[in-house]
Ligand binder design. Structure first.
Ligand code: ZN
Length: 225
């Protein structure tokens, strides 16, 4: 395992602080890097990871600066959204106060869908699947056969079932979280260079658009990986 103190390799900043974005050709002051956590409410460590990275940038870039982290802080703009699924995480917090157990709540608190057998845990929309790319096409093929925890009743339901933990919602961007996020990304599209959505299951780095059984991103956008 890598040491937490190991510092990332960074390139020297360009002499001209303005950098151009290849896609749009527009010039922006700094590239922005966006990180989000807790898209799935129960993946609590993804929030911690956001805050850890934020503190690390401040500590090593500003408080007790090292050259590399100072450069990183100077070169880029960083945007953190530690809790994307705000009401889902709030529900987990409430349950923790009441029961001292972490609820397995994954979706948001949307109450438009019918009441489900397990109560709030299987109600709501999986906002990770509420985006426009490949909306509604993916989760009927999902099987969690090797994961005992995910083999709970709620997780074994098919994605099209509103009570499934993978339920993508009635339409793409039907949820306030994803619509707000879309508007935010659109407003920042000229400066955003990299976006990472932290989750805590899978031990994997997943490129978009992994919703397809065959990930054809390299064919659609040669060289993007
Ligand atoms: Zn997740």
């Amino acid at each position: 395992m890598e040491s937490h103190d190991e510092e990332p390799k960074v390139q020297q900043p360009a002499a001209d602080p303005k950098v151009s974005k290849p896609k749009t050709g527009k010039t922006v002051a700094k590239h922005a890097i966006l990180m989000t956590g807790a898209t799935h409410a129960r993946e609590l460590i993804s929030t911690t990871f956001n805050i850890y990275e934020l503190l690390q940038l401040l500590q090593k870039g500003e408080v007790q600066p090292s050259d590399k982290w100072k450069k990183l802080l100077g070169m880029n703009k960083y945007i953190f959204v530690p809790i994307f699924n705000v009401d889902g995480v709030a529900y987990i917090e409430e349950q923790w106060v009441k029961t001292h157990k972490i609820a397995a709540d994954r979706k948001n608190m949307d109450t438009k869908v019918a009441a489900c057998s397990l109560g709030q845990v299987d109600m709501g929309v999986d906002i990770n699947r509420n985006f426009g790319v490949d909306f509604g096409q993916v989760d009927d093929i999902l099987q969690y056969q090797d994961d005992e925890w995910l083999e709970k009743k709620a997780d074994k339901k098919r994605g099209s079932d509103p009570c499934s933990t993978n339920y993508p919602g009635p339409a793409a961007f039907s949820e306030p979280e994803t619509m707000a996020y879309k508007n935010f990304l659109t407003s920042r599209k000229d400066e955003l260079a990299f976006v990472i959505n932290m989750h805590s299951n899978g031990n994997a780095f997943i490129y978009p658009f992994n919703g397809r059984q065959k990930n054809d991103i390299e064919e659609r956008r040669p060289g993007i990986l």
